[in-house]
Design a protein around this ligand. Sequence first.
Ligand code: NOJ
Length: 539
Amino acid sequence: MSTQFATPPPGAADHWWQHGVVYQIYPLSFADSNGDGQGDLEGIRSRLDHLTWLGVDAVWISPFYPSPMKDFGYDVSDYCDVDPRFGTLAEFDTLLGDLQARGLRVILDLIPNHTSDQHPWFRESVSSIKNPKRDWYIWRDPAPGGGPPSNWASEFGGSAWQLDQASGQYYYHAFLKEQPDLNWRNPEVRRAMHDVLRFWLDRGVDGFRVDAIHHLFKDEELRDNPQNPDFVPGMSPRRQLIRRFTTDLPEVHDAVREMRALLASYDNRVLIGEAWLPFDRLMAYYGDNLDCFHLPFNFHLIGARWEAPALRSMIAEYEALLPRGAWPNWVLGNHDRSRLASRVGDAQARVAAVLLCTLRGTPTLYYGDELGMRDVPIPPEAVQDPYEKNVPGLGLGRDPARTPMQWSAAPHAGFSSARPWLPIAADYAHCNVAIQKEDPRSMLTLYRSLLALRHARPTLSLGDYEAIDPAAHVLGYYRAHAGRRDAVLLNLSGSPQKLALPSALAGAHVLLSTHPERAGRPVGAELLADEAVVLAASE
Ligand code: NOJ
């Protein structure tokens, strides 16, 4: 089959990653083809119809590389292969070909900050102080009086320094002790990671989502991180410190620039960065000359206060701070945070879907959110996530948002023929793809309609953003492109809201509503409770 990528909307000298929609697949939980209770690449391949039916343009597949699975694939022991639990490299090539033949782009996870402690590089590094790979990781002598070299804390609890009894030195790990950090000041490390990029780019992948990029460099003098005056019990223990000397060091931008330059020698690839930072610092990840990430992930909707004024000012701040020519993006959920429907409730999750698909910038949609899947309670004996195991009881565990995709009312939700690695949601018999596909009022149908509308209307995929203020609890904006304007109104409250609309919207027709019976009718003077609408403004 020849590759048929979506045609960019007219008037757009644009890239696929600008007008397209990204869908995140967490491979352990998407579809299991071989009955071991864990998802795999062939499982993904068996569900391609869902992706094309839904209307996404690209998939980002979370890690499937060989891994001891201490952090479920984010502890990589070989960057250039496939873990047998997920399949084989040949199966990956087939999957890549099939996805691309359907016009879907494929983004892989790149994890440059750390390897598994079982990676051959670390095995060599730990073997002797004199080993040539010793300097590939961050080794330091104990503090003068003994103990860890600094107060730096692991993201997953405890010290970030692990003592190696044999040599008496400590190595640094921003995450688990089984995830030692690479030393990015060593040029051989950089070269080795560039080879990894080339390995996958040469196979034809369309880009990378780069993990934990703000962790890449740490202070060479090992200065202690300052205490966080805003820390209160109940927060993750690592927040006791402000990560001044362990994250977001200026050298990171050069390292990203090098990756981007490498990508530029291939056609049409994308580089997306994972950095949880305030907007002003996030913007630096586009690069001074837009030569770093195409898209530094914008996670601010995930932690946002779900109220119109808070969202309005957050969007305004983001839009105002974006460097000239930089392309925005929005993320509503991922494998590290509580599910959208659990954060904002079922009705507002529909409003949020409209927001994600109509804001200016590339949307990233997390698998299962298209069904409104909720966090699944995980009994203590079923906990898998090392974060929950290390820091229990604070609600930080990520398993609840990683449960198997709910395909149908069949046993194990059609995900697997065996008991899955994480429990299935109790509501799967009602909340699943097969049922929602047939229901015009379902979340799945809403997402499909939204994506179709976004593809059909360059206003929504490419248009400028202009805020409007039709009511206190209503977030509103125009999207304008090539002389046309659409408007989006989102009622962030659970009660009906009277609208004070600009004249261009008086009598405007509803192109799409969270309440499908309203479609095709004039918007009128009121939004229903929890209603979001897209309107065609008069010229
Ligand atoms: C961010 C990933 O999204 C998360 O799942 C992982 O635990 C850490 N980085 C460490 O790789």
